[in-house]
Ligand binder design. Sequence first.
Ligand code: ATP
Ligand code: MG
Length: 253
Amino acid sequence: MSSLRIEGVGKSFGELEVLRDLELTVDQGEFAAVIGPSGSGKSTLFNLVSGLDHPTSGRVLVEDAPASVESGKVAYMPQKDLLFPWRTVLDNTALGLEAQGMRKKEARARADALFADFGLDGFQKAYPSQLSGGMRQRAALLRTVVLERPVLLLDEPFGALDSLTRTDMQLWLADMWQRHRWTVVLVTHDIREAVLLADTVHVLSPRPATVVERIDVPLPRPRGAADFTAPEFAATERRVLETLRGTTAVKAA
Ligand SMILES: Nc1ncnc2c1ncn2[C@@H]1O[C@H](COP(=O)(O)OP(=O)(O)OP(=O)(O)O)[C@@H](O)[C@H]1O
Ligand SMILES: [Mg+2]
């Protein structure tokens, strides 16, 4: 069964056509990366998958049912995921569970159980301002993952981090995925990040965005730092880059 099926989706905001005839399928346990130019419609696409907004044409199916917020099937980490500064880290990470009606004590216990895995143990009672940038992103990710929804949407989760921290976070996420096998769709501008983490890389054209190519990443699992220097890694990076460049060149012509 596909966890996510996007079929011929179009989306316009008034005169502005953002998505056109977009097709994307993600199987259960697959890690998919979506890469495309800024402003092409990636966040818009996530809003459709999470059910926050609706397509102008086509269908978005999550586990074979139309996407909706009420179905509770999608956990979405938005591009700017802010932790509430007045809540402790533990209370921040339990927030999503509480919002869906779980009692505070149980919500906290569930979130707390993930702190060690997320490298946050000992910071339960800290406030977000006391965390590093990488830790804040891991806390935001924990808050999303703890919901245990069938599909995880991550919109540029490491976009704001310096490159060293970013690499650490990518390797950490590769390891976490290996253990949990979530179904993930990751939006990123970072080709290296996409190739390290994903099974499939979906390259978008500029607006109106469509998937111009789906590239399978041939690297075996588990993956780690050694993969960065593998010949297949460089070859896949090159292919993604060439596809991305091709789409921009065609559109600009
Ligand atoms: N609610 C809205 N109303 C009108 N226009 C919108 C709305 N949401 C997005 N847009 C427009 O749709 C286009 C795509 O925006 P979107 O945020 O999806 O791009 P993106 O690919 O996520 O960009 P980035 O990589 O910079 O995050 C932009 O031109 C944006 O102005
Ligand atoms: Mg965006």
